[in-house]
Design a protein around this ligand. Structure first.
Ligand SMILES: [Zn+2]
Length: 149
């Protein structure tokens, strides 16, 4: 399934079926599209159809070391003045306690190792049946990055 097919599934679910919430329609379509998530992350901007709903912006991505840990990519090197280039912070792990950390391939700095328990306030499984598909607010909360620094 490609990105176009996923988008058509979402449109069908929210305009014809109308049984799913917008978030459920997006996540249901995305989790079945492994090829899409292996090549890209999905950012969904939506507002549910309920009275008090607010606009949400969430990123759905894979836990797929060395690219991402818990669907998250650390964009900041912890060494001041490092001229880090994009995608140069591979994930290392898991260690013996199931923790992951990032290592800057530009300067060699290594982040603090973090477990799934430590990130659970900021990073969430899309569905328990898909243990490698996560979502987090987009852009990620600064406290999530701070866990690794
Ligand atoms: Zn660095």
């Amino acid at each position: 399934m490609d990105a176009k097919a996923s988008i058509l599934n979402v449109i069908h679910a929210i305009t014809i079926d109308k049984s799913a919430t917008l978030w459920d329609a997006v996540t249901s379509s995305v989790v079945y599209n492994a090829l899409l998530l292996q090549n890209a992350n999905v950012v969904a901007v939506f507002k549910e159809r309920t009275a008090n709903a607010q606009v949400e912006c969430r990123e759905i991505s894979l836990h797929n070391p060395p690219r991402r840990a818990f669907g998250f990519e650390l964009l900041t090197c912890g060494k001041e003045g490092c001229g880090r280039i994009p995608y140069s912070m591979p994930v290392i792990g898991p260690d013996g306690w199931g923790r992951f950390n990032f290592e800057c391939s530009t300067c060699g700095w290594t982040s603090r190792a973090v477990s799934s328990k430590e990130v659970e306030s900021y990073v969430h499984l899309v569905h328990s049946r898909y243990p490698f598909v996560y979502w987090h607010d987009y852009p990620p909360h600064v406290a999530l990055s701070a866990l690794f620094l």
